[in-house]
Structure formats: structure tokens, C-alpha cells
Design a protein around this ligand. Structure first.
Ligand SMILES: Cc1cc2nc3c(=O)[nH]c(=O)nc-3n(C[C@H](O)[C@H](O)[C@H](O)COP(=O)(O)O)c2cc1C
Length: 186
């Protein structure tokens, strides 16, 4: 697909077909996605995929986490179950894990570089007919959620990517043209 079209037509996908995604394909796409600019070439990332039955553990954690916020047990059960079902409807969870750098300047550069990587991956996936959404929900800081992905204490999950074949593609949200925000100085 032409790059301009790919960039403009990619959407964040929230609803997926009940169809597995090939780990081999995702691994190949990630091998391409890592060709990002990366100051100091720290390459601080790694990736963890949870799919299939493995999703039950995540869905359980989410159900418990959300239900604990409700005082009414019936409401807790209902909302918790809704989230459980939502998580089970995601074919693949792909956590992007960064080694935390103690130097704030390097940590910021690392995050910038990893963001490029995630967008690369989103575009490459879209080209293959696969959708994703980059999720940054508070669960990323939850000990049980981090444990489920095998994240170590000096690591950070910067995104839980929900990946799958789109069940529904959202309408585009219009962008303000950059030309309206452009200042040229001579
Ligand atoms: C750093 C970052 C974090 C995001 N976190 C979430 C999130 O937690 N939940 C969500 O639904 N979408 C999240 N998104 C996706 C945006 O909501 C989405 O990109 C935006 O609505 C524009 O839609 P589009 O990607 O389809 O153009 C995130 C995007 C970025 C770049």
C-alpha cells in the first residue's frame, strides 16, 4: 500500500474478529518495526505476547481490578464480567516493555524511539489487514498485570497493544492540518 494512504487510513481498532493472529507474522512485523531512529542505539525494548487461553489470566485480573472499585456487589459483578468479556474478545495482547533508564534524558529518548516503533508496527500490521490499539490504561502499573507479562522491576510496559483482525473500523477523527500550525522564519 502507498505510504501516504497507509498513514491516513490506519485506525485504532477496538473491536476484533474472533480469529487468531499468527505469532510468526507479528514477529516478522516487529523485526521490521524496530528499524526506528534510536539515539545511542540503546534498543531498550522487548515484547511479550499473550494469546489463547493465556488471556483468561489477564481477563481475571481486569475483572478483579474493576470490580474492587464498586461498593455494590451486583454492580461489581456486572461491570467486572463486562470487562472480562471485553478482554477475552481481544485475540492478542502485545506488551511493549522498556528497560527503564535512570538518566531522564535517555529515558525520554528511549520512549520517543519506542513510540516510533509502535507506530511502525501499527502501520505494518494495517498493511496486512491487522488492526491494533495502543492502550495505556492504569493496569500497566498494576503488580498482578505486570507479573502476568513477566515484567521485571527495572522494566516498564509502555503499551499494551490489542491486536487482531478488525471487527469494526472506526471513522476517522479529523486532524488539524499541520500547515495551519506551521511557522516559517527566514
Ligand atoms: C501514547 C498513546 C496512548 C494511547 N492510549 C489509549 C488508551 O489507553 N485507550 C484507547 O482507547 N486508545 C488509546 N490510544 C489511541 C488513541 O485514542 C487514538 O490513536 C486516537 O483516538 C486517534 O484515533 P486513530 O488512531 O484511529 O486515528 C493511545 C494512543 C497513543 C499514541
Amino acid at each position: 500500500m502507498e505510504l501516504t494512504k497507509l498513514i491516513k487510513e490506519r485506525r485504532s481498532v477496538h473491536q476484533f474478529e474472533d480469529k487468531p493472529v499468527s505469532v510468526e507474522l507479528i514477529s516478522e512485523l516487529l523485526d521490521t518495526a524496530v528499524w526506528v531512529p534510536n539515539h545511542r542505539m540503546t534498543q531498550p525494548w522487548r515484547f511479550v505476547i499473550i494469546q489463547g487461553e493465556g488471556r483468561c489470566k489477564l481477563a481475571d485480573i481486569v475483572r478483579e481490578f474493576r470490580a474492587a472499585k464498586e461498593s455494590d456487589p451486583a454492580k461489581a459483578q456486572e461491570i467486572g464480567q463486562k470487562l472480562y468479556d471485553k478482554f477475552m474478545s481481544v485475540p492478542m495482547f502485545l506488551a511493549v516493555v522498556l528497560q527503564v533508564n535512570d538518566n531522564p534524558a535517555i529515558a525520554e529518548e528511549d520512549y520517543a524511539s519506542a513510540s516510533c516503533l509502535i507506530h511502525n508496527f501499527g502501520l505494518l500490521a494495517w498493511e496486512q489487514g491487522i488492526g491494533m490499539v495502543w492502550e495505556t490504561y492504569p493496569l500497566l502499573q498494576l503488580a498482578s498485570f505486570r507479573e502476568a507479562f513477566g515484567v521485571k522491576s527495572d522494566e516498564r510496559i509502555i503499551g499494551s497493544l490489542h491486536v487482531g483482525y478488525p471487527g469494526k473500523v472506526p471513522s476517522p477523527q479529523q486532524r488539524i492540518p499541520a500547515s495551519e500550525r506551521l511557522t516559517v522564519m527566514e
